[in-house]
Structure formats: structure tokens, C-alpha cells
Write a protein that binds this ligand. Structure first.
Ligand code: HEM
Ligand code: HEM
Length: 194
């Protein structure tokens, strides 16, 4: 059964129900998801723009980012409803249904992540883990001074930055289309549907 929480057109159940008018606040993101998100953003931005590449602070900030992602993966199995992979994992079936709905001019609204957003989320987390691994390898005897590894690390960092930019832009565009402040929801945990 597809458990993605797409909001129905008419009220169906205590959480999904949307009245015809007025904002409907729904608690969506738990404390850990919000802490995870903004801590991860801070780590990535610090390593990209503030901390000296390869220095101790850079190394530990990178490891912290990787640890956050690993913790988020665990949370994806035991966390609150919309934090769970089962709620949003972008299966081919969900991706197809979402794509078809968009092409049909519908505006499917999801309580949790929509399937495209979920795909990007997984890509962002994978990139952070890959940066952790390539960063670690650069410090090992076997790969010390290997230029291709440094280039790979740099390439991954640039890809992450570009993907995060696209992700942030998508969050703003989807907020307009779905008439819900997604960025604010990642701060407060509450989505208000208008
Ligand atoms: C969020 C994770 C990370 C990001 C965004 C990140 C980003 C970057 C960036 C932008 C550079 C500069 C590349 C260049 O212009 O040469 C760099 C270099 C470097 N990073 Fe990371 N990094 C991360 C994690 C790590 C980790 C976990 C380690 C080590 C354990 C690490 C070790 C290094 C080293 C040694 C360099 C210098 C490479 C060189 O000499 O060119 N990084 N990183
Ligand atoms: C390095 C930068 C960033 C990274 C690595 C990143 C990563 C992520 C990840 C992994 C998630 C999934 C959250 C979860 O379920 O635990 C997420 C969600 C989200 N992010 Fe980011 N993010 C970044 C920057 C931003 C920025 C700058 C914004 C604001 C404009 C933003 C807005 C959001 C929003 C609104 C969601 C929830 C989307 C939804 O409602 O489905 N992110 N982000």
C-alpha cells in the first residue's frame, strides 16, 4: 500500500482533513528532523565557505555532517510518522504518480516530502556521505597526496552546493505553488495549508 500522505481534496480523517477556507496547521516535522536539517546546512556552508580546506576544523565538521546523515538514516526507521522512509521513499510508483499528477495540471500537496523532494534529499545525504569517505581517504597512507581523490572531493563538494541551491529554490517555488510555507515549516515543524 502506498502510505505517502497526499492530502485528499475533501476531509478524510483527523490529520488529513482540510477545510475549504482558512489555514490548517499540521505538525509535520519532529524536533530531530529540524535540528538535523539546519545543523547539516551549517556544517556544509562552514566547510564550503568558512573553514580552511583540509584543516582539523574542516575535517571534524565534515565528520559531524556525515554523523548527522547516519543518525537521520536511523531516524528514518524509528522517527515520527513523516520522518520515516516508509512515508516518503521515492519508489518508481510514487514518482510516476506524482509526475502524472503534475502533468495533468494538478497540485498534489503532501504532508511530508513529495517524491521529487525525497529524491533530492537522498542525493544530498549521499553526497555528504561521499564527502566524508573521500575526505577520510585523503588522510590515509594509501591515498595521501592523490590528486584524483582531491579532485573527486572537490567535485563532490561543488555538486553538493549546486544540488542544495536547486533544492532551496525548489522549496521556495513549491511553497508558492502549494501555498504552504515549506521553509518556515522546517523551522517550526508545522505546515499551514492556505
Ligand atoms: C560536508 C562535508 C564536506 C564538504 C562540503 C567539504 C568541502 C571541501 C572543499 C570545498 C574543499 C576545497 C577543495 C579545493 O578547492 O581544493 C575541501 C578540501 C579538503 N577536504 Fe573537505 N569537505 C567535507 C568533508 C571533509 C572531510 C570529512 C574530510 C576529512 C576527513 C575532508 C578533508 C579535506 C581535505 C584534506 C581537503 C584538502 C584537499 C586538497 O588538498 O586539495 N573534507 N573540502
Ligand atoms: C547545504 C544545504 C542543504 C542541505 C544539505 C539540505 C538537505 C536537506 C535534507 C536532507 C532534507 C530532508 C529533511 C529530512 O527529512 O530530514 C531537506 C529538506 C528541506 N530543506 Fe534543505 N538542505 C539544504 C539547504 C536548504 C535551504 C537553504 C533551504 C531553504 C531555502 C532548505 C529548505 C528545506 C525544506 C523546506 C525542506 C523540507 C521540504 C519538504 O517540505 O518536503 N534547505 N533539506
Amino acid at each position: 500500500m502506498d502510505t505517502t500522505s497526499t492530502l485528499p481534496a475533501s476531509p478524510a480523517g483527523p490529520e488529513a482533513g482540510l477545510p475549504d477556507s482558512g489555514p490548517t496547521p499540521v505538525k509535520v516535522w519532529d524536533r530531530f528532523v529540524r535540528f538535523f536539517h539546519w545543523s547539516l546546512v551549517s556544517c556544509v556552508l562552514l566547510n564550503q565557505f568558512v573553514l580552511e580546506a583540509g584543516e582539523t576544523a574542516h575535517t571534524w565538521t565534515g565528520y559531524l555532517a556525515s554523523a548527522l546523515v547516519l543518525a537521520r538514516i536511523v531516524w528514518g526507521f524509528i522517527g515520527s510518522r513523516h520522518a520515516r522512509f516508509a512515508d516518503f521513499f521515492p519508489t518508481p510508483q510514487r514518482l510516476r504518480a506524482h509526475w502524472q499528477a503534475l502533468r495533468a495540471g494538478e497540485k498534489p500537496r503532501h504532508l511530508g516530502h513529495n517524491p521529487f523532494g525525497a529524491l533530492m534529499m537522498l542525493a544530498l545525504m549521499g553526497l555528504v556521505l561521499a564527502l566524508g569517505v573521500t575526505g577520510f581517504l585523503q588522510g590515509t597512507d594509501a591515498f595521501w597526496g592523490e590528486e584524483w581523490l582531491q579532485d573527486l572531493h572537490e567535485g563532490l563538494a561543488n555538486t553538493l552546493l549546486a544540488a542544495a541551491g536547486l533544492h532551496a529554490l525548489a522549496a521556495l517555488v513549491m511553497s508558492k505553488l502549494e501555498r504552504v510555507r515549506l521553509v518556515r515549516a522546517m523551522v517550526t515543524g508545522i505546515k499551514e495549508f492556505h
